[in-house]
Write a protein that binds this ligand. Structure first.
Ligand SMILES: NS(=O)(=O)c1ncc[nH]1
Ligand SMILES: [Zn+2]
Length: 227
């Protein structure tokens, strides 16, 4: 039985097939800004990231959106809530909805954004593979960036969504010819919320240190709704 988002295979019944989905640190969550507390330790240990630019990355239609496989041994995400460990980029993907009124996984004070980009990293200091890291509470670090719909299109996102016509069906993949630099996906304001959570899709492993940027990036309606 394939998991999905319908009443018979959606989040409310995932725990039947994927026990971790019934756990105590499940994502996504609604970020209540009034109870979020600022942590001076986080300000002292700045979150830093370094990515490579890559071309010919493979993009996959996951059936729930697109996913770009981007294992980058030269990338580093560290500091902030990540302790002394270094995390490496594995893939990035997008969650979106039928309309730009909804689509993000996290919400902020009950408000959904048009979509949400996830940059998925794994702890290479402690673990030997992504799969192994996903079995541990500090195994993964995911950067979440909200999409806001506006008039200007995002050139980097355009490089990705311009290939979607070639992968109309679940399981199809193609290569993105353009050079992609993941740094360009991040907002200029680097304030973020962070909490200990899980993968937001089955198997919902409780292995993710979430880092959700406060500032959304702007994309056009076409760039964030599937047709
Ligand atoms: N959406 S997520 O980033 O929590 C994720 N990555 C892999 C599976 N699920
Ligand atoms: Zn995701």
């Amino acid at each position: 039985a394939e998991w999905g988002y319908s009443p018979t295979n959606g989040p409310d019944v995932w725990a039947r097939l994927f026990p971790q989905a019934g756990g105590a640190r499940q994502s996504p969550v609604d970020i209540c800004t009034s109870i979020a507390s600022s942590d001076s330790n986080l300000e002292m240990k700045k979150l830093t990231f370094a990515y490579e630019s890559q071309s010919d990355l493979r993009i996959l239609n996951t059936g729930h959106g697109w996913k770009v496989e981007a294992p980058q041994s030269g990338s580093r995400l560290e500091g902030g809530p990540l302790g002394e460990d270094i995390y490496q980029l594995e893939q990035f993907h997008c969650h979106w909805g039928e309309t730009s009124a909804e689509g993000s996984e996290h919400t902020v004070d009950g408000r959904a954004y048009a979509g949400e980009l996830h940059l998925v990293h794994w702890n290479t200091t402690k673990y030997q593979s992504f799969a192994e890291a996903a079995q541990h509470p500090d195994g993964l670090a995911v950067l979440g960036v909200f999409f806001d719909v506006g008039n200007e299109s995002n050139d980097e996102i355009e490089k990705i969504v311009s290939t979607l016509s070639e992968i109309k069906f679940k399981g199809q993949f193609t290569d993105i010819p353009d050079v992609i630099d993941p740094t360009t996906f991040l907002p200029s304001g680097l304030g973020y919320w962070t909490y200990l959570g899980s993968l937001t899709t089955p198997p919902c492993n409780e292995c993710v240190i979430w880092i959700v940027y406060k500032e959304p990036i702007t994309v056009t309606e076409e760039q964030v709704t599937y047709h």
